[in-house]
Write a protein that binds this ligand. Structure first.
Ligand code: TMP
Length: 242
């Protein structure tokens, strides 16, 4: 199947239309950015790895009753997805304090969070994806009050499934980012990707705070062995049956 026209190019993916107006083709790139694209690089093989991990996790979630945009992968770095209207929101779920939460609150890295925090960020590169309050989100009409409840509930349900799954892979799911859309019937659909680019994943067999990192923090913080870590996540994910 040949891609028709590019409709969107993001930092890590390109979206194409297909001959079916309800289906889009996502191309996963090896390009990596961090800190709102102030840091740029390439992670060899990342496109194929993230495509494979995402498709595995989407199928796992579908099997557990979560509607996702995933259809199939025509090539190793391409995913066919259902067309949805994306909420301009990044839904972040945190089980353990890390990253911007520690920077903004002073909480110690590794502080356990239960129940998980569910946070909403405004997906807007020009503004640096700011953290939203519930009132701001509703005032800006980025979602209705009902959709906000739905997004929170879906994020928590996905977290429960993924936490158990990654635990079985010998990996701690520290935090992750989700994006959602609505289909033509206004039904909530999980979209985008779930990969080491969008999750913090710590190797449960390592206690060293740098050695345990298996995600994009290796790239953000120049920890080295980025490709190897992504490969490791893929191998462990594929070893678990959906
Ligand atoms: P943060 O601690 O930087 O706010 O990131 C929280 C989680 O969200 C982490 O798993 C990385 C992911 N994330 C993205 O997927 N895209 C982004 O642009 C950012 C800032 C974070």
């Amino acid at each position: 199947m040949s891609p028709d026209s590019k409709i969107y190019e993001g930092k890590a993916k390109i979206l194409y239309t297909t001959d079916d107006s309800e289906i889009l083709l996502t191309h996963f790139k090896d390009d990596a950015t961090a800190f709102n694209a102030q840091k740029r690089g390439t992670i060899a093989g990342k496109g194929e790895i993230n495509c494979a991990i995402s498709s595995h996790l989407f199928q796992l979630l579908e099997a557990k009753g979560i509607a996702t945009h995933f259809i199939d992968c025509p090539t190793p770095n391409q995913m066919r997805v259902r067309r949805v209207q994306i909420f301009p929101l990044e839904v972040v779920v945190r089980n353990i304090a890390a990253g911007s939460l520690c920077q903004q609150t002073g909480l110690a890295l590794g502080t356990a969070i239960a129940p998980a925090l569910v946070e909403f960020y405004y997906k807007n590169d020009a503004l640096g994806d700011p953290l939203l309050t519930r009132d701001r989100l509703l005032f800006m009409q980025l979602a209705t009050p009902y959709q906000l409840e739905e997004l929170q509930a879906a994020a928590r349900q996905i977290n429960e499934i993924l936490k158990v799954f990654f635990n079985e892979c010998g990996i701690t799911l520290v935090d992750f980012k989700l994006e959602f859309g609505l289909d033509r019937d206004r039904k909530l659909i999980l979209a985008d990707e779930i990969s080491p680019d969008t999750c913090r994943l710590w190797d449960r067999s390592e206690t060293d705070p740098d050695k345990r990192v298996m995600d994009k923090d290796r790239f953000r913080r120049d920890l080295g062995s980025v490709e190897t870590a992504y490969q490791q996540v893929l191998q462990r994910v594929l070893a678990q049956n959906v």
